[in-house]
Design a protein around this ligand. Structure first.
Ligand code: FES
Ligand code: CO
Length: 330
């Protein structure tokens, strides 16, 4: 039995095209990893050889799919078992302890994902099954690197009460800064709440711990316009902004941003991706200043307002519960 932790969740490690046949170095939850492709598989290991602690990425190679340490040539298979030690005399057995730490890897949504321990939750899914539907199109916008914790990044993505201050002229609430009561629901995978500003219904789907989808549907085309709407927004149009935050370490986060839509499919994608650099920069400037860097999970810390912060309060409770939870780990 061991503590359940962020290691038990799937996190995006890289875009698919950042992982090649050549072993390369990545970071997740403060740990240095090596990843490479072998046939249809992506193999991910802790970037550390048990022999003398060298990093595989210090010049290691791949032979028959095995990662070969650059220091003394020990080779490890996909399960992490050492299968070759060049310095052993013939007949001498490979010590059982000679193992690399292999992690679970998956490829989906144009990303390579890693889970550093037994998964506590099923693999992430997209709202509306948007990737698999003909009437939808999802495009990757960009990965943004922020000097902030993933928790702060997620709370920012969940928060609509900063729009009329930070994103003036971009994504303001159509009916102004006053936040009306709304209901937050805990779901199997995280949180869900919706907010209607008279123009857009923003449906927030949070997959715990660090994935946020902001599903914006037009409820009243005459009610206003935000930067990511099409020119001829009509009722029922859905624009899906997805922020997948990867916890590189405690104070660095990489945010993979996607935009999906079920409208204007004949228009250039750039019409929908172009504004992100500005909007993300507006957020980054603020979020990187937040202290402490880790969000306090004790609800008594910082100051929550009942309605704007209802989603954040639930989110903090989930993070706090994670600290207490235990799980069986094979
Ligand atoms: Fe890796 Fe010696 S440190 S083989
Ligand atoms: Co913002």
């Amino acid at each position: 039995m061991t503590k359940l932790s962020l290691r038990h969740y799937w996190h995006p490690l890289a875009t698919s095209n950042e992982v090649s046949e050549a072993p390369a170095r990545f970071f997740m939850l403060g740990e240095q990893l090596v990843a490479y492709r072998w046939g249809d598989e992506v193999r991910i290991f802790k970037d550390l050889c048990i022999h003398r602690g060298a990093a595989f990425t210090a010049g290691g190679t791949v032979r028959d799919g095995n990662i070969v340490c650059p220091y003394h040539g020990w080779a490890y298979d996909g399960s992490g078992a050492c299968v070759h030690i060049p310095s052993l005399q013939p007949g001498q057995p490979i010590p059982e302890k000679a193992r690399a730490t292999a992690y679970q890897a998956r490829e989906a949504y144009g990303l390579v994902w890693v889970c550093l321990a037994a998964p506590a939750m099923p693999f992430p899914v997209w709202p509306d099954d948007a990737w698999n539907r003909d009437d939808y199109r999802v495009v990757f916008v960009k990965a943004y690197d922020w000097k902030a914790s993933a928790g702060r990044v997620v709370e920012n993505a969940m928060d609509m009460s900063h729009f009329n201050f930070v994103h003036t002229g971009y994504t303001e609430l159509a009916d102004g800064p006053v936040i009306k009561p709304y209901e937050v629901t805990r779901t199997e995978r995280g949180l869900n709440y919706a907010y209607d500003d008279g123009h857009l219904l923003r449906d927030y789907v949070v997959e715990f711990p660090f994935l946020v989808h902001d599903r914006k549907s037009v409820v009243n085309a005459a009610g206003g316009k935000t930067w990511s709407d099409g020119d001829n927004a009509k009722s029922g149009d859905v624009t899906l902004l997805s922020f997948l935050a990867a916890p590189i370490d405690e104070v660095r986060t990489r945010i993979y941003v996607f935009v999906g839509r079920n409208h204007s499919l004949d228009r250039e994608d750039s019409a929908f991706t172009a504004g992100f650099d500005i909007v993300m920069e507006q957020d980054q400037r603020i979020v990187e200043t937040q202290r402490p860097e880790q969000i306090p999970t004790a609800i008594s810390e910082e100051l929550h307002l009942r309605f704007p912060d209802a989603g954040a309060v639930q989110y903090r409770r989930m993070l706090r519960d994670l600290d207490k939870a235990e799980a069986f780990v094979p």
